[in-house]
Design a protein around this ligand. Structure first.
Ligand code: AMP
Length: 283
């Protein structure tokens, strides 16, 4: 596995792959890799001739009071994991190599960023879209794999990719969880032991929402009230940033359940904000 830090060097390799007609799979990450990332890389490995993964803590997707500096980093460990999965090229650029000081161009999909994380983090998704667009232009992938843990991000990337005609197949990968159901996240290491124990309730609350809906409850207000009560009882250290039920495609709030929905939550702990979601299809 090669570790490339210069965008121009990666661009050069990508042009060689394109000339040779190689299928390139791409997995963008912010590093501090875990089994969730591993799943994405394994999917890309199965479906492509060349696999590129990136590790880049993208400054433009962090708000002014967010955890950019505190975000965990360990490139040596990430490189060992990526090598084990069979990644061919790990791209780990410095922020200055990705953004010129005078950079002034943004890519955004405002219609899908109005709710959930887009409401709490107003500049987050334009940072994500901008960096993913730049990475797509460098890597020129055939396919790119994103996790359903960041469901809204996946919906936004699909829209951006279609609208800008990148010609990249976007593959969504299922959420990988700890034994107690907590979704794996690089930020989980920033939880205190007590918070870590409580955090399992995030997924349990979303599972409860699914059970209520499958049991015939169609009033979203009542479902969310039940989940909130569970969170209040079992997660006293967490502050619920949002708990919502939205249309899985448009990310617009749903009040009465008449088709597939997405329950999504964000919970702020002392050193980490965690997100999770559950797709529920009533059949
Ligand atoms: P991150 O490094 O957290 O920005 O995530 C990079 C990619 O990994 C994104 O596409 C995430 O959705 C995905 N990802 C992160 N955590 C998980 C998880 N627990 N299960 C599946 N995919 C994940």
């Amino acid at each position: 596995m090669d570790i490339i830090t210069e965008p121009s060097a990666l661009g050069g390799r990508a042009r060689e792959w394109a000339r040779a007609g190689r299928q390139v799979g791409f997995v963008p990450t912010m590093g501090y890799l875990h089994a969730g990332h591993e799943r994405l890389m394994a999917l890309a490995r199965e479906r492509s001739e060349v696999v590129v993964a990136s590790v880049f803590v993208n400054p433009t997707q962090f708000g002014p009071n967010e955890d950019l500096d505190a975000y965990p980093r360990d490139l040596d460990r990430d490189a060992a994991l990526a090598r084990r999965i069979g990644v061919d090229v790990l791209f780990a650029p410095r922020p200055e190599a990705m953004y010129a000081p005078e950079a002034a161009t943004w890519v955004e999909v405002p219609a899908l960023a109005r709710h959930l994380c887009g409401a709490s983090r107003p500049t987050h998704f334009r940072g994500v879209c901008t960096v993913v667009a730049k990475l797509f232009l460098l890597v020129r992938p055939t396919l790119a794999v994103f996790g359903q843990k960041d469901w809204q991000q996946l919906a936004i990337i699909r829209r951006m990719t279609a609208d800008l005609g990148f010609g990249v197949e976007i593959v969504g990968a299922p959420i990988v969880r700890e034994a107690d159901g907590l979704a794996l996240s690089s930020r989980n290491v920033r939880l205190t032991p007590a918070e870590r124990a409580e955090a399992a309730a995030i997924n349990q609350g979303l599972a409860l929402a699914g059970e209520l809906v499958r049991g015939g409850e169609g009033d979203v207000g009542r479902v969310l009230a039940a989940v909130r009560a569970r969170y209040a009882a079992e997660m006293p250290s967490g502050t619920v940033d949002y708990l919502a039920c939205v249309d899985p495609q448009t990310i617009e709030p749903v009040t009465t359940i008449a088709g597939p929905v997405l329950f999504a939550a964000a919970v702020q702990f002392s050193g980490a904000r965690l997100i999770d979601n559950r797709f529920v299809d009533v059949k």
